[in-house]
Design a protein around this ligand. Structure first.
Ligand SMILES: Nc1ncnc2c1ncn2[C@@H]1O[C@H](COP(=O)(O)OP(=O)(O)OP(=O)(O)O)[C@@H](O)[C@H]1O
Ligand SMILES: [Mg+2]
Length: 259
């Protein structure tokens, strides 16, 4: 057994001469709420793509709960329950909220065609859908078409769709982008309420969200890992403070103050 969800060693992804992720060695603890922060172009989304298998590493290793998955293709990693939220694309607008979740559960791992078959047809699937909707606070909206949801509610639905695959690790890339502050506060509460055994890695520009959510923070800068640790350690790190002062002078997306 290992208490690391991910062990990354020298992880690198180059695009020509550009190292989008550059020699990153990092441990993401199992059950962590791990925030990945850094300015635009720092390599955060590329890091997620390396974890899901959407892009292959140019160098380095990825261990996932002790298994070396560096060479595993994306579908195989999805079956190992590495999930991510997809912005918009996975929500079917004409379907109801409940139907969207039921469909996601069915799509992932072909569930519904195997072990649900004997269980009164769709009864089991529907109760699972209800469970996932309750987990994200959308049970009151279950019978409404997805198209009727507000922006914040749609992000909650995307989270329910990702949870339908019963992930072990959940990757959220800028989940609160475009949310009002009330929506983003309730999204933080929602992520906090997810099962503690679920590991959540979140890329987030809003430092209020980062500091209210994260148990671990990693800072990327030009593809390199500038700092990693608990929030107090990272915010006290002189290199991070210096970098954030210069980023906030140039980067409109980065609001807030680390000190
Ligand atoms: N497919 C690609 N081909 C070439 N360069 C790429 C590719 N994907 C990303 N890059 C480059 O790699 C660097 C890191 O990009 P990435 O999208 O990972 O940054 P990010 O930290 O997610 O930024 P943002 O905060 O803007 O989302 C950038 O310089 C980007 O232009
Ligand atoms: Mg990005």
């Amino acid at each position: 057994m290992t208490d690391a969800a991910f062990d990354l060693v020298g992880l690198t992804r180059a695009y020509g001469a550009l190292r989008a992720v550059d020699d990153v060695t990092l441990t993401v603890r199992a059950g962590a709420r791990h925030a990945l922060i850094g300015p635009n172009g720092a390599g955060k989304s590329t890091m997620f793509k390396l974890l899901t298998g959407e892009v292959r590493a140019t160098a380095g290793r990825i261990r996932y709960f002790g298994t070396d998955i560096t060479r595993y293709a994306q579908p195989r990693r999805a079956r190992m329950r590495i999930a991510q939220t997809y912005q918009h694309s996975s929500v079917f607008m004409p379907l109801t909220v409940r139907e969207n979740v039921a469909l996601a559960a069915q799509r992932v791992q072909g569930i519904g065609t195997v072990w649900w078959r004997g269980a009164g047809r769709y009864g089991r699937r529907d109760s699972w859908a209800a469970e996932n909707l309750a987990a994200v606070g959308l049970e009151q909206r279950a019978d409404d078409p997805a198209a009727a949801l507000s922006h914040g509610e749609r992000r909650q639905l995307e989270l329910a769709l990702a949870l339908a695959s019963r992930p072990r690790v959940l990757l959220l890339d800028e989940p609160t982008a475009g949310m009002s502050s009330a929506e983003s506060a309730s999204f933080v509460a929602l992520v906090k309420s997810l099962p503690t055994e679920l590991t959540v890695i979140v890329v987030e520009h809003d430092l209020d969200v980062v500091f209210s959510l994260a148990t671990q923070i990693s800072v990327l800068h030009h593809g390199q890992l500038l700092a990693t640790g608990d929030p107090d350690q990272v915010s006290a790190d002189p290199a991070v403070q210096e970098a954030y002062l210069s980023w906030s002078a140039t980067d409109d997306d980065l609001e807030g103050d680390l000190s």
